[in-house]
Design a protein around this ligand. Structure first.
Ligand code: DHB
Length: 306
């Protein structure tokens, strides 16, 4: 059994579900609570309930995924009720993922969700909102949201970061995160603007045409982004690695890059569901032993360099 720390949180279990998978109802969140996940993440909730984009809107292709879900969720008031109930049934920390479309929404959602959340996870990186820029790619908008949220909470805040494909842009976000007291970074979200074409059918397979790419296909971008955060913050801001984690070995690589815990999204779609956490934990224990680490903490950031 592996333990880890995310700032002040001492976690019994080093995995969580990546926001958006198996996490939009009490029943599904309880499955995660009763698994070997060390903490629980909710589906990103918005001010108004959303049905999301029309389907088809999700595919699993090998160990990669593409989706154009469009943030289907019951809205923040219903999510607050769900999390309140969840908290009576588990001691595991709950990361409540939220996305306000403007600062008024963000402030109101923070006021309601903050008292019941252990961590507010700000999803600044949904790629599936037509006509809306991903907030994190806009430095001014990012700073505005962070200030609005910080003003209304004394809880820890995490940011779900989009993949940065440009170093200077990632560093600009790091500076804003540092200045505004981001406590935890979850990296990376899906890579937006992707497309799945079935050549035999000569067809774009998502109704919304473009979607977010996840799973195996994005793992190396994940490692790269995590390492940049680790080097920038010199380990002072804990990182949850996310993107293509299918095995203990994948998680070990994220640890070597600098992650202290691991979020699995695509992997939960496999038939075993939330049982993947226990399976990957065993694999990670074997991997740590094989490389002569007596615990996860000792492996964090230890990727050797030429
Ligand atoms: C959705 C949100 C995300 O943050 C993401 O990475 C992929 C999909 C969504 O609900 O559309």
């Amino acid at each position: 059994m592996l333990r880890t720390k995310l700032g002040d949180f001492e976690l019994d279990g080093v995995f969580t579900n990546g926001s958006g998978v198996n996490d939009d109802s009490l029943e599904k969140l309880l499955q995660i609570a009763n698994s070997r996940a060390g903490f629980i993440t909710t589906k990103t909730t918005t001010f108004h309930p959303r049905a999301g984009n029309p389907g088809p809107r999700f595919y699993m292709i090998g160990n990669s995924t593409i989706n154009s879900m469009g943030l289907p969720n019951p809205g923040y008031q219903k999510m607050a009720e769900i999390v309140k109930e969840l908290k009576t049934k588990t001691k595991k920390p709950v990361f409540v993922s939220m996305s306000g479309f403007d600062t008024n929404e963000a402030e109101e959602m923070t006021r309601v969700l903050s008292p019941i959340a252990d961590v507010l996870e700000l999803n600044l990186s949904c790629p599936n909102l037509k006509g809306k820029r991903q907030i994190i790619y806009d430095a001014e908008a990012t700073e505005e949201v962070l200030k609005a949220v910080k003003k209304n909470t004394n809880k820890k805040i995490a940011v779900k970061a989009a993949p940065f494909l440009d170093f200077a842009q990632q560093e600009e976000f790091c500076e804003i995160a540092k200045k505004n007291g981001v406590d935890i970074i979850v990296a990376i979200n899906t890579i937006g603007n992707a497309m799945y074409i079935d050549v035999d059918r000569e067809m774009i397979m998502l109704k919304s045409k473009w979607g977010g790419l996840g799973g195996e296909a994005i793992k190396m971008v994940g490692w790269g982004n995590v390492r940049r955060y680790y080097e920038y913050f010199k380990g002072s801001v804990p990182i949850v690695g996310c993107g293509g984690i299918y095995s203990g070995k994948d998680a070990f690589a994220y640890a070597l890059a600098g992650a202290s815990a691991f979020a699995c999204a695509s992997a939960i779609y496999n038939p075993e569901g939330v049982a993947v956490f226990a399976k990957m934990e065993k694999e990670l224990e074997i991997e740590l032993k094989k490389h002569n680490y007596s615990n996860l903490q000792d492996a964090i950031g230890k990727a050797k360099e030429f």
